[in-house]
Ligand binder design. Structure first.
Ligand SMILES: Nc1nc2c(ncn2[C@@H]2O[C@H](COP(=O)(O)OP(=O)(O)OP(=O)(O)O)[C@@H](O)[C@H]2O)c(=O)[nH]1
Length: 871
């Protein structure tokens, strides 16, 4: 024990008077010291005031819990005759009381004044602690030395809520039942979800109807299917898409054909599927208007099967394009904490309309249509890193329930359910059961506007379901119900009817009909909004829409207005980027620009994101930009925004190039000698845009291509845009980055990196680190995710993460420690490897993994600002 003694000598004699080092550290709130001393085996219970008492008196809950975990005696009294539970109740240290109760601490001990823990919590107004003690089984009738019960104490001190709680518990006699409800049972909490994605008219609604059809309705659907086939001699959907192929090779059409009723929004239903049980089915409309809100509903989950439907009536090119679109759409919405592939749920391709082809069926009723499998193979070649893509396509006629393909689908659901049983054991509680029943009544009470604040939900749940549910219990319950598709939590709101949210709110407000009648500016006062959407209270609806990031509240001349970029139909005004503006015509005027692309062949992902970029720009204008420059002005129109300060102009637009690849373009210009201002302002704008992208598509890789500054200056119609991989490769090859020049293929001239990136101001180079020299942990999260998907799976020639780790100089032991089935080994390797992005690219090339090297080349950051100056 010489070590702790020598450490103790660092305390002043006055402080250390009769206290052991552990007592001192606990009293002073030094958690690291406490941990250290515990590990050294210090005596935990030296007293009379033990380390536990001392920590509690100073309200150091974390230290108290550490001591309790280490085995500190929790029944000892201190010099005031208080046990730890008394002190914790006085100060309302809920976590400590919870831990003490869980450890079996006695709750019926009076202190020196004859007060019991319940009295102490009641007279200090700690209702959560009171609940905790009640769950632990304390005696509600216990009277302290003055013969007074805790509910009376609470009243005396003005805590009527506590008095009421205790009174109700006593009078109803339900305390034990409530407490039991909070204990997890052995019942598994499996509730499968099926998400159905696909373009308009591919058969999503039909598949759902057939999936949920019972025996009788099956017969009916089968006969309606025969009729539906007869009435469609030549498919209008087909001819429309064929036309599209010939006219615009890469286009994806999201329009619905008019001869059936297209789903509006997100149709969320609970289906009782025979042999499977209850399943929540989420049908996502194929209409593009709705895509900007899908990210809220597409988070990966292990209890989910995602179906991507495509119609065999469409040409194979269109089929592949549609499937790739949806797979990219899903992958873009993956988060960095997406666990291993097993946790993400499986993706299954379903080929529909097989009855309109010449395919035949086997004896069992399985359709033979090899081209569907070929489509899957093509998709796998185009996107080799899809997690959990089921290796077979199900081929079906959606209108024939109980047919072989539906049996296949159901058996997949059954096995998914079995997989999930073990994972969810011990999570079902009586509270969940009772809440599910109560929700039925609650939905009726809130039929008009089924949205509650979390607080209101907590209060109502306590009144109607369980008086003893703690905030943590309810939080966990809400998460469970959210995952089960019973309700939806966003920000501070709880939406208790998903059909209302998906169909009545989103389905209506983003429908083509509604969009065709909106105000062209997309700006509404609450009164204006009430006038065009009068189903429910405008203010409540607007608050919900703001939580869903559909609109943003702004104040214009003292009046509250809501801006809906999604509704903005204002056309681009001429003269927004006037080439004649004298401020930007002088020699030395600063010009620069960037185009953000998604990786090659991932078409059309920005449409759903751009309105969010506009919301984020507005938010930034209100919050940040204005802090530094009160004259920041933001003008927004359909797929475009212009941000101006007194001196600078920035144009942010969504556009498409000649290959139909979408990009977000950001151009900036400033007068002479504004290079620093332009540089930092542009970076602020980029950060804002990236934030919006990360919010909607946390898994989307973004490439930063650079526009020719020379051509921007002379207002060329089509300025050359240098791809990110070309820039990165040039920087890797160049001896010194500042000497790097890039060949402008339009003008056939060279432009230096200083001109392109630093507004021709070499001084700025001092404030940045160039990309290739940065450490690999500076790669973006989506890039790391992608590398993980490419390098994690074992490769036939071993060219996977393991070999990469060897090349990056990691020893065998470290490599072995990276191996894991639960998370990406490559991601962990990247977190640990101390190499530069440039070295990573070279290693990947040497390894023969040019696929992975290209990902890094295209998406590596160009530079990082050393000291970010807000302008
Ligand atoms: N012959 C045949 N017709 C089908 C099949 N699946 C769907 N249909 C028909 O195609 C039309 C559109 O089907 P829906 O199920 O409404 O399509 P959807 O994917 O829900 O379309 P949206 O609601 O617009 O997103 C309807 O007339 C269906 O009867 C199929 O497998 N075979």
């Amino acid at each position: 024990m010489s070590e702790p003694l020598s450490r103790a000598s660092s305390y002043s004699p006055a402080e250390s008077f009769e206290l052991t080092p552990l007592q001192l550290a606990a009293q002073q709130g030094n958690i690291e010291e406490v941990r250290y001393l515990i590990n050294l085996g210090a005596d935990l219970d030296s007293g009379p005031d033990t380390a536990l008492h001392l920590a509690l008196r100073k309200r150091h809950s974390a230290i108290a819990i550490l001591l309790l975990d280490a085995g500190a005696n929790f029944e000892l009294k201190d010099c005031h005759e208080d046990c730890p539970i008394h002190i914790a109740c006085i100060y309302g240290l809920l976590n400590v009381v919870h831990t003490l109760c869980a450890l079996g601490c006695r709750v019926e001990v009076p202190n020196a004044k004859g007060l019991y823990p319940l009295h102490l919590a009641a007279r200090n107004g700690h209702i959560s602690v009171v609940r905790c003690l009640c769950v632990a089984g304390c005696n509600l009738d216990v009277r302290y030395s003055d013969n007074i019960r805790a509910d009376i104490t609470a009243l005396k001190y003005g805590y009527n809520d506590i008095a009421e709680l205790l009174d109700k518990l006593r009078s109803t006699g339900q305390r034990d039942a409530f407490a039991r409800q909070l204990v997890p049972t052995s019942k598994p909490a499996v509730k499968l979800s099926v998400r159905i994605l696909g373009h308009c008219g591919v058969g999503k609604t039909s598949l759902i109807k057939s999936l949920g059809a019972g025996l009788f309705s099956s017969l009916f659907r089968r006969s309606s299917s025969l009729q539906s086939n007869k009435s469609r001699p030549s498919s209008p959907i087909n001819s429309q898409i064929e036309m599209d192929i010939t006219s615009r090779q890469n286009s994806l059409t999201f329009e619905s054909s008019a001869n059936y009723e297209s789903t509006k929004g997100i149709n969320i239903q609970n289906l009782e599927i025979s042999n499977v049980g209850e399943v929540t089915v989420w049908e996502f409309s194929g209409q593009e208007n709705y895509f900007p809100v899908y990210h809220h509903f597409l988070r990966p989950s292990s209890q989910t099967l995602t179906l991507i439907l495509f119609s065999l009536e469409d040409s194979p090119v269109i089929q592949v394009k549609q499937i790739c679109f949806w797979i990219n759409f899903l992958m873009a919405r993956e988060t960095s904490d997406t666990p291993s592939s097993r946790e993400c749920g499986q993706i299954l391709l379903v080929a529909t309309h097989v009855d309109t082809t010449r395919a035949i069926k086997t004896q069992h009723g399985e359709w033979i249509y090899p081209d569907a499998q070929k489509t899957l193979e093509t998709v796998e070649k185009l996107i080799p890193d899809v997690l959990n893509l089921y290796p077979n396509v199900i081929v079906m006629d959606c209108n024939v329930p109980a047919s072989y393909p539906f049996k296949q689908l159901k058996s997949m659901l059954v096995s998914l359910k079995q997989d999930c049983v073990e994972k969810t054991l011990g999570t079902w509680t009586g509270l969940l059961d009772s809440t599910l029943s109560w929700l039925i009544t609650l939905r009726k009470d809130y039929e008009q506007f089924p949205v509650l604040y979390r607080n209101t939900f907590h209060n109502l749940l306590r009144i109607h379901v369980n008086l003893l549910a703690s905030d943590d219990n309810i939080q966990e319950l809400l998460q469970q119900l959210h995952n089960m598709g019973e309700l939806f939590c966003i920000c501070d709101l709880v939406i208790i009817s998903l059909p209302w949210l998906g169909l009545q709110l989103i389905g209506e407000l983003l429908s083509t009909e509604f969009l065709s009648n909106v105000r062209a500016t997309g700006v509404y006062t609450p009164d204006d909004f009430q006038a065009c959407f009068n189903h429910c209270d405008a203010l409540g609806t607007l608050e919900l829409l703001e939580a869903l990031d559909i609109c943003i509240q702004c104040e214009v001349d003292g009046e509250i207005e809501y801006e809906f970029p999604i509704y903005n139909q204002t056309e681009t005004l001429p003269g927004l980027w006037d080439s004649g503006d004298p401020r930007y015509r002088t020699t030395g005027a600063c010009y620069g620009g960037i185009r953000l692309y998604t990786p090659p062949k991932s078409y059309h992902l920005f449409t759903a994101i751009f309105p969010h970029v506009q919301i984020e720009l507005r938010k930034a204008t209100i919050e940040n930009f204005s802090n530094n420059d009160n004259d920041t002005d933001l003008y927004q129109w359909f797929q475009g925004s212009k941000l101006c300060t007194i001196t600078l102009e920035t144009l942010i637009t969504l556009d498409e190039d000649e290959n139909s690849s979408q990009y977000i373009e950001v151009k900036i210009r400033g007068p002479r000698q504004s290079s620093q201002y332009c540089f930092y302002f542009l970076e602020n704008v980029m950060e804002t845009i990236n934030m919006a992208i990360a919010r909607v598509c946390p898994g989307l890789i973004i490439e930063r291509h650079i526009l020719s500054a020379q051509q921007l200056r002379i207002h060329s119609e089509e300025p050359y845009c240098c791809p990110s991989d070309v820039v990165c490769a040039a920087m890797l090859e160049g001896e010194s980055t500042l000497d790097v020049s890039l060949h402008n293929l339009e003008t056939d001239k060279l432009e230096s990196i200083v001109q392109l990136v630093l507004f021709d101001d070499v001084e700025l180079a001092r404030n940045i680190h160039w990309g290739c020299a940065l450490k690999v942990n500076n790669l973006s999260v989506p890039t790391k995710l992608k590398l993980g998907r490419l390098l994690d799976p074992p490769e036939p020639h071993g060219r996977d993460w393991c070999l990469l780790a060897l090349r990056l100089g990691l020893g065998p032991e470290t490599i072995a420690s990276l191996d894991s089935h639960h998370s990406s080994c490559t991601m962990r390797l990247l977190a640990m490897a101390d190499c530069t992005i440039g070295a990573l690219i070279s290693s990947l090339h040497e390894l023969g993994r040019s696929d992975a090297a290209e990902v890094v080349l295209r998406s590596a950051p160009l530079f990082k600002i050393i000291e970010h100056v807000n302008v």
